[in-house]
Design a protein around this ligand. Structure first.
Ligand code: SF4
Ligand code: SF4
Ligand code: SF4
Length: 321
């Protein structure tokens, strides 16, 4: 896979800057596998009916203001995540878009923080305002530590963190998997509100098993689908639904080292706006180099040179593939 200029800059943001400033949370960004207690969300676009209950529940649970409509008549409005919208349901449509979950028809798609296994936002933050929880892997934010440099925005491969430009004391804003509810034994508000099970909360390993079960289903046949929660924190509930035809990929299982938010769909993910990303995380590339600095006290400029060399080498390798 070719590393683009934008990807290169993200790699630099998640590593090069830290060579100069230092990095308090180095160990946290080097985890390579799902932690045993990792929690996440499985979003299944084929179960989504576009009701946007999850968006309303998210705003309520996180005290976020409603956004004024800027494009009347357009279905997905607001059109993207913002400093007051942590979660959005968008619509993919081709032409008249008659058939759901087909590339020539339409599909819904949900966007919010992916809670990466090796989050480059954590790696890029020079003051550990963003951290990955050691128990459940949720990537959280501490506004008291934040200095507003916005390196996390540059580093994120999914373009998730937003900045409160219109606030005199601005903060970075992103989904924190409703950690304030999770730590009290609850589940993410968007999953609790979802009437169809399209947004499903639970341990990541269980979510992956559920996703693989769905990929084995025969399209057109009926199966039971769990609603809201696979963690056992709430009473299990199931609904019978006709299985759709999925693309043979669980987005997030491998991208940038894996993410705790996973996606299934009937339409290829690049059509739904998901970036085509390497399996190796930006954080792991830059951390490898940073270890060399801390170990050998090499000058930062040498590190930057090392990053450029790695990217060039990788681009060369890609061309040969
Ligand atoms: S999606 Fe972006 S903001 Fe969320 S954890 Fe990954 S790098 Fe950080
Ligand atoms: S803006 Fe805040 S969270 Fe982002 S990198 Fe800077 S200090 Fe860290
Ligand atoms: S997990 Fe919580 S903060 Fe994140 S999108 Fe769902 S409701 Fe919003």
């Amino acid at each position: 896979m070719k590393i683009r200029r934008r990807d290169f800059l993200k790699g630099i943001a998640s590593g090069g800057v830290l060579a100069v400033i230092g990095k308090p949370d180095l160990a946290l960004a080097t985890e390579r596998q799902y932690q045993p207690g990792a929690l996440g969300i499985l979003y299944d676009a084929t179960l989504c009916v576009g009701c946007q209950s999850c968006m309303v529940a998210c705003k309520k649970a996180n005290n976020m203001p409603m956004e004024r409509t800027r494009a009347p008549g357009v279905w997905d409005d607001p059109v993207d995540l913002s400093s007051s919208t942590l979660n959005i349901i968008k619509k993919y449509q081709h032409g008249e878009g008659q058939v759901k979950d087909s590339v020539d028809g339409y599909s819904f798609v949900k966007r919010h923080c992916m809670h990466c296994v090796e989050p480059s936002c954590v790696s890029a933050c020079p003051v550990s305002a963003l951290t990955k929880d050691k128990e459940n892997g949720i990537v959280g934010y501490n506004k008291e530590r934040c200095i507003g440099c916005r390196y996390c925005q540059i580093a994120c491969p999914f373009n998730i963190p937003k900045f409160q430009w219109d606030d005199p004391t601005p903060e970075i804003v992103k989904c924190q998997l409703c950690s304030h509810l999770v730590e009290k034994g609850g589940i993410s508000a968007c999953c609790e509100a979802c009437p169809t099970g399209a947004s499903l909360f639970g341990p990541v390993e269980s979510l992956i098993n559920e996703a693989k079960r769905r990929q084995q289903m025969v399209p057109g046949k009926y199966y039971d689908f769990p609603i809201s929660d696979l963690s056992g924190r709430t009473s299990p509930e199931f609904k019978s639904r006709m299985a759709a035809k999925y693309v043979p990929e669980i987005y997030g299982e491998y991208e940038v080292g894996g993410t705790q938010v996973l996606h299934m769909a009937g339409v290829p993910f690049n059509k739904l706006g998901f970036p085509d990303l390497p399996h190796e995380s930006y954080a792991s590339i830059s951390d490898g180099i940073q270890y060399a600095i801390y170990k050998g006290m090499v000058y930062p400029i040498v590190v930057l040179g090392g990053l450029i060399y790695m990217v060039n080498k990788r681009e060369g390798g890609d061309k040969e593939e």
